[in-house]
Design a protein around this ligand. Structure first.
Ligand code: ACO
Length: 347
């Protein structure tokens, strides 16, 4: 089955945070950030969140596709910074759009999330479970950033991108996704242990009741660790490790998906990569021996919006006429997990 793009949309928060703005609260400067990352600003959601941005982007995608919300059969939302743990962001999007015929669920694969969402959509379509799928990447990363860590918070921004796809009969392209959980410590954000006072009281009572045998010693350590856990729902990143992973594995996975589908690198019109950082994108272009003008980027304006970056960029490129019908594109994502993947789409 061949994936066909019906329409795209994006939503960017109003508040723009420049490097100069950041240097008022952090020991950093515009020159350092631009040189190392190619980022000049990022947009931060204030008064809105990952869900409201997802809804805004989705409405635009519906408009671009020229279909009604009721024609959507499935909604897949990729987010690591959703506003609600329950229900899933996708269910709220379904409600807000009035997409009453769609089943909906979230996926959490960070910056590889949009590609994972598209491949999931393709799988469901191949199984015959749906025909028209809304895939959204939405992130409100500003809520989980450590704004004292100049090595990470300068990189990220908020936003949402949405894409409506359908499947056409015929031979499509096989996507590729990889995971290396072993090295996942390079980019993390711990979920906070419940701080409810009554729950803490119960755990303390149970801790006091434990006898001092071998098995209980281990349990006691676990209970004490839970009680002492610090509130720290913030991103921690080993920047160098992530950089090295990206510049090695992204060219590998692009070559892998091209070879798997017997497509020559030169016949790809645009490589639409996850927008993490300009230096990473330049290095990938070099390793693939492809001209840099085939690698569009908007990282200067928006920073890294994780799973939203690819659909936001696709929407903007379609809007400004750089992506047009008949083109062949390769999209590739990479990030926390560690995860990375690539797929080819005929526009
Ligand atoms: N401003 C000024 N100085 C800084 C800043 C800053 N914002 N951040 C770090 N520094 C300092 C460091 O403290 C260090 O100083 P020291 O030498 O006195 O100790 C010096 O600059 C060099 O620091 P490094 O961390 O070695 O800088 P590096 O060249 O590796 O650049 C960066 C850091 C930009 C984070 C780089 O490693 C990178 O781009 N990594 C990839 C990160 C990324 O893209 N992550 C997301 C991808 S996955 C996903 O999207 C979820």
């Amino acid at each position: 089955m061949k994936l066909k793009l019906l329409g795209t949309g994006s939503a960017i928060p109003e508040l723009k945070l420049t490097n100069a703005d950041l240097s008022t609260v952090l020991d950093t400067d515009d020159e350092w950030i631009r040189e190392r990352t190619g980022i000049g600003s990022r947009h931060i959601a204030v008064g809105e969140d990952a869900t409201t941005m997802a809804v805004r982007a989705s409405k635009k995608a519906l408009e671009a596709a020229g279909i009604s919300a009721e024609e959507i059969d499935a909604i897949i939302v990729s987010t690591t910074s959703g506003s609600d743990l329950l229900p899933a962001t996708a269910c709220i999007v379904q409600r807000e759009l009035g997409a009453k015929n769609a089943f909906a669920f979230d996926i959490s694969v960070a910056c590889t999330g949009f590609i994972t969402g598209l491949t999931t959509a393709l799988g469901y379509m191949e199984m015959g479970m749906c025909k028209t799928v809304l895939v959204v990447g939405t992130e409100c990363l500003s809520k989980i950033m450590n704004w004292n860590d100049r090595g990470s918070c300068i990189l990220f921004g908020d936003g949402a991108g949405a894409c409506i796809v359908t499947g056409h009969s015929g031979k499509g392209y096989k996507p590729v996704i990889h995971t290396n959980g072993k090295d996942g410590g390079a980019l993390t954000c711990r979920q906070m242990y419940a701080k409810d006072e009554n729950l803490r009281k119960i755990i303390k009572i149970k801790l006091a009741e434990l006898d001092n045998n071998e098995h209980n010693r281990e349990l006691k350590e676990q209970y004490e660790a839970a009680l002492n856990e610090q509130e720290n729902v913030q991103v921690a990143m080993d920047g160098k490790a992530v950089f090295q992973f990206a510049v090695r594995q992204v060219p590998n996975v692009i070559n892998e998906v091209l070879k798997l589908n017997e497509v020559e690198p030169d016949s790809i019109d645009r490589y639409v990569l996850h927008q993490a950082n300009r230096r990473i994108i330049e290095s990938i272009a070099k390793r693939l021996k492809q001209p840099e003008n085939k690698f569009p980027t908007n990282v200067f304006e928006y920073g890294n919006t994780s799973s939203a970056s690819i659909p936001i960029l696709m929407d903007q490129l379609i809007e400004n006429g750089e992506l047009t019908a008949g083109m062949k594109i390769c999209i590739a994502g990479f990030g926390a997990g560690l995860t990375w993947g690539a797929m080819i789409i005929d526009l």
